[in-house]
Write a protein of this length. Structure first.
Length: 382
């Protein structure tokens, strides 16, 4: 008989990583929603569990596949062969090749950053890697590790976090989310441990001197905020510069948070959910000195990648936050005013498990589906 831990780990993996479901074709014709009419089209196919994406200046789209491949999608949807030079990843459970982000000076430097699960001494961890895209865009060059979210953990391949966001002003610093690694949730509260955190780094992995814990002997200087369970969405809000994060709760209690310097988001001392077997994690929903979420979902939506919409193709969506939801699959649209969510709409319910949402250079939305036969879907005005 499997142990309780083994059963809980298996259930968590199935819920968050996702199995393979029969593919549902996108709806034909115009989809009418509260704020915009749109059409859904299949932009690209033939991807295995696509996870992260980044648009090049020429309109091509780099997409990661969780098993460890990186591909380039042309504007007409043609998918390239896997790029050479991709670093080795630990592809198991929820781990693998996950997020990708271009450096703000990419047109000159051709630098990009990858977040992935990796093996290190002691087990698996979240790793940030820096590389340069070759001139012909067929390979990664000058690949080197920027940061390992230590300590590594021998047990479990869940909760790596792994979303990257560059600060909007100047792009000198990047933010990286890390998961609590699931097995020992209290790692999220430890300041000498990089699990369950949002980190703020210089591009070379150095610690900015104005980070809240920089220079402290009992804490890691890379930490910007802590007490996170499994943040898989990270995006800056246009106009305010606020950093928002979506975060998986356990059974109940998914969260949307505004990430503040030095703040504690409570996990696992505070939660709106229970464990997967129904047992109580904490009786507290809020506590002094801990940051409350902007929004909570129970039942869960399993929120993964997020993006603020700030383009012209859908004028009535400007300023809205879009969330790729895996469980109760949908594209979730939130109307946002400043730091408040004023409305919510579920788009395309049940169509696919959405892992990430991107705003394309022409202002269309692109959705990565977490499927074995993964797709990139495109939303364009109706």
């Amino acid at each position: 008989m499997p142990s309780r831990l083994a059963r809980v780990v298996l259930l968590a993996t199935l819920l968050a990583a996702g199995g393979t479901c029969a593919q549902t074709p996108p709806p034909a014709g115009v989809v009418r929603s509260e704020a915009a009419d749109f059409r859904v089209e299949v932009f690209a196919t033939g991807l295995e569990h696509p996870w992260g994406g980044a648009f090049l200046p020429d309109g091509r789209l780099l997409v990661t596949e969780r098993p460890g491949r990186l591909r380039l999608i042309a504007p007409d949807g043609r998918v390239s062969a896997p790029l050479a030079g991709v670093p080795a990843v630990e592809a198991g459970g929820q781990g693998g090749l996950l997020d990708i982000a271009l450096a703000p000076d990419f047109p000159a430097s051709r630098e990009l950053f990858l977040c992935h699960a990796a093996l290190a001494e002691g087990g698996a961890l979240t790793r940030l890697t820096r590389a340069r895209l070759s001139a012909d865009a067929t390979a990664l060059e000058a690949v080197r590790t920027v940061l390992d979210a230590t300590p590594a953990q021998a047990r479990g391949r869940n909760h790596f976090g792994c979303r990257i966001a560059f600060e909007p002003e100047g792009g000198r610093h990047l933010f990286l989310s890390t998961g609590d690694r699931f097995v020992e949730a209290r790692r999220a509260q430890r300041l000498d441990d990089l699990a369950g955190k949002v980190l703020r780094l210089a591009r070379d992995g150095g610690v900015p001197p104005d980070n809240p814990f920089a220079g402290r002997g009992d804490a890691r200087g890379e930490i910007w905020s802590y007490g996170h369970r499994h943040p898989q969405g990270l995006a800056f809000q246009p106009g305010t510069g606020l950093l928002w994060a979506s975060e998986f709760g356990p059974r109940g209690g998914d969260e949307l948070n505004i990430i503040r310097r030095g703040a504690n988001y409570g996990w696992p001392l505070v939660t709106h959910g229970v464990d997967y077997d129904g047992s109580v994690i904490s009786e507290r929903r809020s506590a002094p000195g801990m940051e409350d979420p902007v929004r909570v979902w129970t039942p869960v939506i399993s929120p993964s990648g997020i993006a603020f919409y700030d383009a012209e193709a859908f004028p009535r969506w400007r300023g809205n936050l879009f969330i790729a939801a895996l469980n109760r699959p949908a594209l979730v649209r939130l109307a946002v005013e400043g730091e408040r969510v004023t409305g919510e709409e579920r788009l395309l319910p049940g169509l696919a498990r959405f892992r990430h949402v991107l705003v394309g250079p022409e202002g269309f939305l692109y959705l990565l589906t977490d499927e074995r036969a993964g797709r990139v879907l495109r939303l364009r005005p109706g």
